[in-house]
Design a protein around this ligand. Structure first.
Ligand SMILES: [Zn+2]
Length: 88
C-alpha cells in the first residue's frame, strides 16, 4: 500500500492518468480508503480529470469562430484596414 506522501508526490508531479495502470489503481485505492489525504487527493484527481476532459473536448470541438478572440481581433483588423483603404 502506498503512503500518503507517495500519493501526494505522484499526483503533484503529473497527471495521474498517464501513470502505469498498476500505479493508478494503487493511487485510487489509497485515495478512496485514506481518511488523512483522501478528500484532498480526490479533489486533485477530480481537477486532473476535468482538465483532461476539457482539453479533449476543446480539441474535438473547438469554439465557434465568433467566440474566438483571435478571430475577432483579426476581423476588427481587416475592417480597420478596409476603412483606411476606403479613405485614401
Ligand atoms: Zn493517504
Amino acid at each position: 500500500m502506498l503512503r500518503c506522501k507517495q500519493v501526494s508526490q505522484a499526483l503533484a508531479s503529473d497527471d495521474y492518468w498517464e501513470l502505469p495502470l498498476r500505479k493508478r489503481i494503487g493511487l485510487r485505492l489509497h485515495v478512496f480508503l485514506c481518511v488523512v489525504c483522501g478528500p484532498f487527493n480526490r479533489f486533485i484527481m477530480l481537477m486532473q480529470d476535468a482538465k483532461r476532459h476539457y482539453l479533449k473536448h476543446e480539441q474535438e470541438d473547438p469554439p465557434p469562430p465568433h467566440l474566438c478572440l483571435s478571430c475577432d481581433a483579426k476581423q476588427r483588423l481587416v475592417e480597420s484596414l478596409n476603412r483606411e483603404n476606403d479613405a485614401t
